[in-house]
Structures are given as C-alpha cells and as structure tokens.
Design a protein around this ligand. Structure first.
Ligand code: C5P
Length: 220
C-alpha cells in the first residue's frame, strides 16, 4: 500500500476527530490530533502559573514542556513531561484558554515542527487533523479536506459529547473560539485553496467517513 498524507481541517464540532480516527483506522494509517498538542501546551502553561494572556511569557516558556503524541487511531495518547494529559486537556479551563496560547508564533513554530516530524516518520501514511494542516503544516499533503457544519449542528454535537451542557452556551463558546482561531495573524484556521470542502450538517458520521475514504482511494 502506498503511503498517503491526509490533512483534515475545519472549525470545532464539525466531526474532524471522529472522522479522522475512523478513516485512519480503516485505511491502516497513523493519526494525529494537533488540537490535543495545543491543549497540552496550554495545560502545562496553566499548571506552571504562566499567564496565558501574556504572549511574551508564553513564548519564553514554550520550549519547556515535552509533548509526546501516540499515533495509533485505536488508542491515541498524549503526554506532557511523561504524564498522561488526555483527561486534563479536555477541561473547560483549557478549552477557554487554548486559543490565546495557540496564537503565539513561538508556540506554533515548535508544535508545527513536531507535527512535521511525526508525519514524516509515519511509515504507512497519516491522517492529521487541525486548523492549519493543509495551509501551513503539510502544504504538500496528498489530500486536503475542509469540514464545515452549521453553528447549530456543531453546538448540538458538542453538547451531546459533554452531557448536561447547555446548547446555547456551547454555541456561543464555539463561535468565540472559531473567531479567535480564524483571526489570529500566524496560520489562522483557513481552507487551503486545493482542499475539498465537505459540509457535514446533514450527513451522518458514517457518511462523512465514507466520503473521505472514497476521496483517499481516488488519490492512491
Ligand atoms: O481541535 P481542538 O478543538 O481540540 O483544538 C483546540 C484548539 O487548538 C483550537 O481552538 C485552536 O486554538 C488550536 N489549534 C490550532 N491549530 C491546529 C489545531 C488546533 O491552532 N492545527
């Protein structure tokens, strides 16, 4: 089987993670959740008393944590300085602060380098999901997908994942985070010119997975 690199970008709640993991598992590829890496560095900043709104402080500390991502789609892992970070990176505090940290150019430079190394080392190819994979991290990816969905559908999916959370509040928080991610100066959330856009609003997860698998097959 020929090695293939797939970039899947898009805003929060469009089904990037579920789709990327399933496609990677089906096709025997590695999987990388780049949002988890930005969350991990944010968690480290919070845990170490760094003010996430002080860009200089964040830039100075950016090289300190050692972030390691496991790329098995059946069991993706993330550690920070050897500690399992899978749970702590999903808290509301990390979610509300990650956009500030990920906007700092020094943070992006370090994480981007890490992502390129992981993609290069993936023997059979990899599915990499994020916000700037097709535009900045892997501009030569074999296939670029940009997933979208209406804000209502995205909020409904997110509040379904986080039981008991209010849909309206989730929608407001999603819109705020997407606006911050789309308007930052360094590699904002954006669709690459050569990406295939898939609107998932009216599609089931299985339909999205099938659509992406078909697109990958066409490339091999
Ligand atoms: O995908 P997830 O919602 O976990 O991403 C968390 C945050 O990480 C995003 O809101 C964004 O600020 C940042 N991110 C990024 N570039 C990526 C992936 C995520 O800036 N490639």
């Amino acid at each position: 089987m020929e090695s293939v690199i797939v970039a899947i970008d898009g805003p929060s709640g469009t089904g990037k993670s579920s789709t990327s993991k399933a496609v990677a598992a089906k096709l025997g590829l590695s999987y990388l959740d780049t949002g988890a890496q930005y969350r991990a560095i944010t968690w480290w900043m919070i845990s170490n008393g760094v003010d996430v709104h002080d860009a200089d402080a964040v830039a100075n500390a950016a090289g300190k944590p050692v972030i390691v991502s496991g790329t098995d789609p059946a069991r993706p892992t993330i550690t920070v300085d050897g500690a399992d970070a899978a749970g702590p990176i999903r808290t509301e505090e990390v979610t509300s602060k990650v956009s500030a940290v990920s906007a700092v150019p020094e943070v992006r430079a370090l994480i981007t380098e890490l992502q390129r190394t992981i993609a290069k080392d993936a023997e059979h190819g990899i599915v990499v999901e994020g916000r700037d994979i097709g535009t900045t991290v892997l501009p030569d990816a074999d296939l670029k997908i940009f997933l979208t969905a209406s804000p209502e559908a995205r909020a409904a999916r997110r509040s379904g994942e986080l039981k008991g959370v209010d849909v309206h509040a989730t929608k407001e928080a999603l819109i705020k985070r997407d606006a911050a991610d789309s308007s930052r100066k360094t590699s904002p959330l954006a669709k690459a010119g050569d990406a295939v856009e898939v609107d998932t609003t009216e599609l089931t997860l299985d339909q999205v997975i099938e659509c992406v698998v078909t697109l990958v097959d066409e490339k091999r």
